[in-house]
Design a protein around this ligand. Structure first.
Ligand SMILES: C[S@@+](CC[C@H](N)C(=O)[O-])C[C@H]1O[C@@H](n2cnc3c(N)ncnc32)[C@H](O)[C@@H]1O
Length: 210
């Protein structure tokens, strides 16, 4: 617990729900595919639990930063980076993992692609393995504020302006939408909640088992 990652104490990384509900289910040496790995912040508690991670992202800069941070935190050897578009990669993938993660990733996909990625991600889970998803939720006043202040692209997608500059489409999921979708694939829901993220958005968290 005294290690740091990217100048942040290990205990502060990731959603508390990940520490509480996901980590106790994992065993050292198991395998993880993290789709939309970024700099690996959300996934790093899983690395500290000694699992072997494939970090997939189309942004090479984030992946290189992750490699540097994992090394500094003594986690090198546990991370393999893959620089690719998620949908194409998943369509080709034949490997099965103990855990597949999509942390704060789905909101950047168009809904039809997002659903297909969830289906393929679930397909990449071994029998009895787990899938962990966090995604922006429509289920609160934050969504109302988005509707008033951001440009609507379609029913689910808004043009969102980042406080750090730049703009991009952001796709919201309804509170139980991901849960119902995973159940339609045969998944058993282990845990589901909605919580505020550090940017003040509402996030849906789902942990399911195959
Ligand atoms: C908000 S970041 C989340 C990063 C990480 N999961 C975390 O929570 O710390 C979303 C990440 O998804 C990646 N991403 C978005 N769309 C992608 C796609 N279609 N294929 C691969 N990576 C994608 C972005 O480059 C970015 O690193």
């Amino acid at each position: 617990m005294n290690k740091v990652y990217d100048d942040i104490a290990y205990g502060d990384l990731g959603y508390p729900e990940l520490h509480e509900h996901l980590l106790p289910l994992l065993q050292p040496s198991q395998t993880v595919l993290d789709i939309g790995f970024g700099a690996g912040h959300m996934c790093s508690p899983v690395a500290f639990a000694n699992l072997n991670i494939v970090g997939l992202d189309h942004n090479l800069y984030g992946l290189e930063h992750a490699l540097k941070c994992f090394k500094e935190a003594g986690l090198d050897g546990l991370l393999t980076i893959v620089n690719a578009e998620a949908l194409g990669y998943l369509q080709e993938n034949v490997t099965k993992y103990n855990l597949v993660m999509m942390s704060d990733f789905l909101m950047f996909q168009r809904k039809t692609d997002g659903r297909e990625m969830m289906r393929l991600a679930y397909d990449a889970v071994q029998p009895s393995g787990y899938i962990w998803i966090t995604a922006l939720s429509t289920g609160d006043a934050f969504y109302g504020a988005m509707i008033e202040t951001q440009e609507s692209i379609d029913e689910d997608t808004f043009l969102s302006y980042s406080p750090c500059g730049g703009a991009g489409p952001v796709c919201f999921y309804h509170p139980l939408e991901i849960e119902y979708f995973l159940q339609s694939l045969g998944a058993k829901i282990v845990f589901q909640t909605e919580t505020m993220n550090s940017a003040g958005g509402m996030v849906n968290i789902i942990l399911a088992q195959k």
